[in-house]
Ligand binder design. Structure first.
Ligand code: NI
Length: 169
């Protein structure tokens, strides 16, 4: 099932998501649907709040279907180590058609649970590091625009408000 992506302005995006405690078939199906919804939206990462579900689940595939081993499921993720700095243009499926440069750590280790509840750790660099941080932020009710200057953020919000008024958001 493909879920529509929730856009900036919906409060679910700015609320910390709830910890997952039950690892069952229903969760497996939801994760499958999240991958499908992410690919449909041409994204490389998707957090459950972005489909209106306030649970600590995110999916990532920075290769966008190229490498099946790159499909990652992050349940209850925590960032346990960061290193370095890297600036790159960043966007979000919930803030379509906007991008801004964001400086984030370049090397990141995440600890998370997989679909069966098994705890694992994974280290990523550059785009994967960025995805770990961006998706974990989502689960904490935080969007990438919290990492840009207040001036740029206000400008973006003003543009979004205009689009909302015009019914184009
Ligand atoms: Ni996002």
């Amino acid at each position: 099932m493909i879920y529509p992506i929730v856009k900036f302005g919906n409060p679910v995006l700015e609320k910390p998501a709830e910890k997952v405690t039950v690892f069952d078939k229903e969760l497996e199906k939801l994760i499958e649907d999240m991958f499908e919804s992410m690919y449909e939206a041409h994204g490389v990462g998707l957090a459950a709040p972005q489909i209106g579900i306030g649970r600590r689940i995110a999916v990532i595939d920075v290769t966008f279907k190229e490498d099946p081993d790159a499909k990652l499921v992050l349940i209850n993720p925590e960032i346990i180590h960061t290193e370095g700095k890297h600036t790159q243009s960043e966007g979000c499926l919930s803030i379509p058609d906007f991008r801004e440069n964001v400086t984030r750590p370049n090397k990141v280790t995440v600890r998370a649970q997989d679909v069966h509840g098994k705890v694992y750790e994974k280290t990523g660099e550059e785009l994967l590091a960025r995805a770990f941080l961006h998706e974990t932020d989502h689960l904490n009710g935080k969007l990438y625009i919290s990492h840009i200057s207040a001036l740029k953020r206000d400008l973006m919000k003003r543009k979004i408000r205009k689009l909302q008024k015009a019914g184009e958001w």
